[in-house]
Design a protein around this ligand. Structure first.
Ligand SMILES: [Zn+2]
Length: 261
């Protein structure tokens, strides 16, 4: 164990290090595999005809599976043509923003984030204390190729999902509590299923700082426009992304505390 004095010194040193860090320094604790993915992951755009422009906001992320037929996972091509049929159909019009295939390949995007995809149907969930229904126009839908009732999802799918969800949480300020399965917002639905590993997803998202995460609240009064960015001085251009910097502070304090244990 380190003496109290050493700990105090280490915290001061940590703060000195912090003040000299470039503002763009990534969090110290990044998931190795995800980091590799970040450099290689791609999104392929195949536009679905099934969407609407009535989006209210991206407040939730909803995870689905594409299902199976007679014990066989539905093919990727089958799902794509279900969302983008060669021949227009006026019934069973369904779509989702993203599809993540089982095998290594680009994530497919079929509806823009700012548009409403048709994946949630009759659904309800409490968002910021208000019970909302029919969540299509408040959410981003992500399909995992597979059937979580029968088959495990692939390692690639977890990593791609973490990569994607992380981006969307940061982009739209979505807290982890509002990343949900279809089965939760529509109880009769089976997806993503009991074989979906929620702990694995949450672990992968642990470095995302969004509202609702267990990071101490920062001084709201400094965040004049509520976007989570504190301007040190309105007259200069230095911005501190508050959430990320707290992660760095914590990481550094942990690092130094660890050195003197
Ligand atoms: Zn679903």
């Amino acid at each position: 164990m380190v003496s109290r004095e050493w700990l105090v010194v280490s915290k001061i040193e940590a703060l000195i290090v912090l003040t000299t860090l470039p503002l763009t320094t990534p969090p110290l604790t990044t998931h190795k595999y995800t980091k590799q993915l970040e450099e290689n992951m791609q999104i392929e755009w195949i536009e679905s005809q099934f969407f609407h422009t009535d989006k209210i906001a991206n407040e939730m992320i909803i995870i689905h599976h594409t299902g199976s037929n007679n014990g066989r996972i539905n093919s990727l091509q089958g799902t794509i043509s279900w969302f983008k049929p060669d021949v227009w159909r006026s019934t069973r019009q369904v779509s989702a923003q993203y599809i993540i295939a089982r095998d290594l390949r680009p994530i497919i995007q079929m509806v823009k984030d700012e548009h409403t995809a048709w994946h949630a149907g009759r659904s309800s969930w409490e968002i910021n204390g208000v019970l909302r229904e029919n969540l299509n126009n408040r959410s981003i839908g992500i399909e995992l190729q597979g059937d979580g009732q029968l088959f495990r999802y692939s390692d690639f799918q977890y990593d791609a999902l973490i990569w994607l969800v992380k981006q969307k949480m940061e982009q739209f300020n979505i807290p982890i509590e509002l990343v949900r399965g279809h089965e939760e917002i529509t109880p009769r639905k089976p997806d993503p299923g009991q074989l979906f590993d929620w702990d694995r997803l949450k672990q992968g998202l642990a470095s995302v700082t969004a509202p609702g995460s267990d990071i101490p609240a920062f001084d709201d009064s400094l965040d004049t426009d509520g976007d989570g960015i504190i301007y040190l001085d309105e007259t200069d251009d230095v911005k501190i992304p508050s959430g990320k910097d707290r992660t760095i502070v914590e990481s550094i304090l942990d690092f130094f505390a660890g050195l003197f244990k």
